[in-house]
Design a binder for this molecule. Structure first.
Ligand code: NAD
Length: 376
């Protein structure tokens, strides 16, 4: 069985889908691994490390992909790369399946079996394969680092002979995976941190990190049984808006991470709220790829509106690729080795009845099969 990895095709993607450590483990299970030259360079991994681990290094993508049974990727490959994947092969990676207008015709034309890791059911058995968690955690960290690098304000309190510098105030909206790491990172840097989430269950986690939880009481439970947020009613939205409007003028840095899966991002910071913020303050909007939590923020840009710098990077984990790559590669190894391989088996052994396989299977041999794509 051949597992292949080509270089990522997006010019901003610095991560790779495989590390030398994962190569060793796949080889130990009886697979052949082939990577395209330079596949790990942007994450600080040279070809030699892959070949020392047991992989073949191919000079270009077509050679790497030739004869592959399983192809691993970070982002969905370009149509040009897809054209080189053998017909009927398995492709595993992040496919961005919920983006409006997403076109899978090139993959379907190759009759690929495509597994979208974003759709992995979030059950405890799947934690070691959960790319959204491993990558969002780094995104939360990196969001704070980007904000700190952009603001002119220092973060910790400093007492100097020339006077005392007060600590920066940081507000985090949405205390899920990315939000909790943003809180922890801002606290470590010495900021005074507060946070808000519609799920009251996260209050304890926020407080255990040393941040203040801003509470807006809801008339119903805004958490689904799966642990995600529900859409809010207008009355709740209004009270949330008032609560935010009261605290925003004092903040130096705001990190927004609010998400309801499968829905456009909720707009939490309006234009009129921006006008009340301190000139020179910074907002990092993590949700720009799904519409943004902040009015006027722009995907992959830094813009200044009413004196507030709005950072809209959608590639934050990639900006921490040295650590994002090993975590992502381990997630993929755990998924593929547990659900698609048997030790010393020379052929694919996909556990088709497993809920993790069913939950992630997006395209099956040329057909869209996942309910997320509107398939009944
Ligand atoms: P998550 O589901 O773990 O957390 C989202 C949180 O938002 C949940 O706790 C939810 O209760 C909360 N929420 C929902 N609606 C809210 C509202 N109206 N007000 C306050 N809180 C609300 O998701 P995550 O993995 O932490 O990801 C967060 C966001 O970051 C997502 O939009 C994700 O796509 C994005 N993300 C961006 C990057 C990047 O590079 N920019 C990288 C990774 C993730």
């Amino acid at each position: 069985m051949k597992i292949a990895v080509a270089k990522e095709t997006s010019p901003t993607e610095q991560r790779a889908a495989i590390t030398p450590d994962a190569v060793k483990k796949f080889v130990a299970l009886g697979a052949d691994v082939c990577v395209e030259t330079g596949v790990g360079l942007a994450s600080g991994i040279v070809d030699r490390a892959y070949s020392d681990a047991g992989a073949t290094v191919a000079p270009f993508a077509q050679a790497a992909l030739s004869g592959a049974d399983i192809v691993l990727c970070v982002d969905a490959p370009s149509d040009e790369i897809v054209a080189h994947i053998p017909e009927g092969a398995v492709l595993v990676g992040m496919m961005d399946p919920l983006s409006p207008g997403r076109d899978f015709s090139a993959m379907n034309a190759r009759s690929l079996h495509v597994y979208a890791m974003e759709l992995l059911p979030r059950i405890s058995r799947a934690q070691a394969m959960d790319v959204l968690s491993s990558q969002s955690n780094l995104a939360g960290y990196r969001a704070v680092i980007e904000a700190v690098a952009t603001t002119g304000k220092t973060v910790p309190m400093m007492m100097t002979a020339a006077g005392t510098i007060p600590p920066a105030k940081v507000l985090v909206l949405g205390a899920g995976v990315a939000g909790l790491q943003a809180i922890a990172t801002a606290k470590r840097l010495g900021a005074v941190v507060s946070a808000f989430d519609v799920r009251p269950a996260v209050k304890e986690q926020v407080e255990s990190l040393g941040a203040k939880f801003l509470e807006v009481k809801a008339s119903e439970n805004l958490e689904t049984t799966g642990g995600y947020a529900k859409e809010m009613d207008d009355d709740y939205k209004k009270r949330q808006e008032e609560a935010l409007a009261a605290v925003l003028p004092a903040q130096d840095i705001v990190i927004t991470t609010a998400l309801i899966p499968g829905r456009p991002a909720p707009e939490l910071i309006t234009e009129s709220m921006l006008q009340t913020m301190k000139p020179g303050s910074v907002i990092v909007d993590l949700a720009t790829a799904s519409g943004g939590n902040v009015k006027l923020s722009k995907k992959d840009q830094i813009v200044t509106e009413y004196g507030v710098k709005l950072i809209g990077y959608s590639d934050l984990p990639s900006r921490a690729s040295t650590d994002a790559t090993p975590l992502y590669a381990r997630n993929l190894f755990n998924f593929v080795s547990t659900l698609m391989m048997e030790k010393d088996s020379k052929a694919l052994a996909i556990k088709s009845d497993d809920e993790l396989i069913k939950g992630t299977l997006l395209l099956k041999g040329g057909q869209s099969v996942h309910p997320a794509l509107g398939v009944k």
